[in-house]
Write a protein that binds this ligand. Sequence first.
Ligand code: PMP
Length: 371
Amino acid sequence: PSRSIINFSAGPSSLPYEVLEIAQRELVAYGETGLSVMEMSHRSATFSKIINNAEQLVRELLNVPVNYSVLFLQGGGNGQFACVPLNLMNLKPKKSADYVLTGYWSERAANEAKKYGAVNLVFPKPEKYSRIPPVQEWNLDPEASYVFVCDNETINGIEFQEDITQALNGVPLVADCSSNLFSRQIDVSKYGLIFAGAQKNFGPSGVTLVIIRNDLIGHAAKECPSIFDYKIQAGNNSLYQTPPTFSIYMCGLVFEWLKKHGGMESIDKVNRMKADAVYEVIDNSNGFYYSPISPKDRSRVTIPFRLCVDGKPNEALEKEFLSEADKKNNLKELKGHRSVGGIRAAIFNAISLEEIETLVFFMKDFQQLAK
Ligand code: PMP
């Protein structure tokens, strides 16, 4: 099954067509219940099965160790920017956390955290985000309560490729994986906490997945709102308040789909192939396409690039590229974020290798015709 358009939106993003079809079939009556999932009590036996099954699939797909809790929360990535310091700043008496600025989202997280404790930037904010300085050069504080990274900077196109935990002196690593969770294999045991909004790689918006090591639960500041307190949420199986039931159901369907497609090992491989195909066109274009990111730190899932004339980004050409892509080729939502301009291909899980071939063909063709 497929559609005529290819949607490169960075979020909310494409969902697997097969998943949408299942949801369509089940929309008005789920199973034998005669009810839509949207109409069910979150405390009903049927919904309990839905949320427990979703949690089980998270554990299975990501190989989550038993001493971690899996929470389905609300408030998105931005909610977690506050939740994390509200829950974890108190882990050490200094009430300070280390933040690693690699782009727009880590910067926003650091600014939010300042409301709740001291924020130490492990290196000064760079003028332009184009690389991750080597961890050996970071000014890490052994007394920090946690180290915060944005694992994939969705706008800037910078992604951590290496395990940095060795350098962290046992300080828990907190990672915003909003745009790359379920896009590759990951060793959860290296992290203290991982969070991600569902709306890029594994569901619709409205639900935020948190995977947290149990010893980090139970340290919230007293002013932390109850719905944002990991201890309260973990103690109530994410049902302290009415959760986003339909979004959780949709995530469950995507998890089944990921499993059916071979789980994280094969998803990881396909995503790597997709990214390689796009970067290959960029790198072999003689500077017509330009990636501002240092090759070793390039994202596999969000690829920003510019179109250049005489070695300089050219907005008129980019406009033409976007218009041709959209109107003549049904390649949608390729415009870069307003803060960096240019083009961005967000190639999350639901974009197939074949769809990437269509993009790559268009890029080559466009360059030919521009000559
Ligand atoms: N972190 C990252 C890496 C993101 O890409 C986004 C959203 N694009 C956010 C955080 C913010 O998420 P939300 O809009 O769900 O608050």
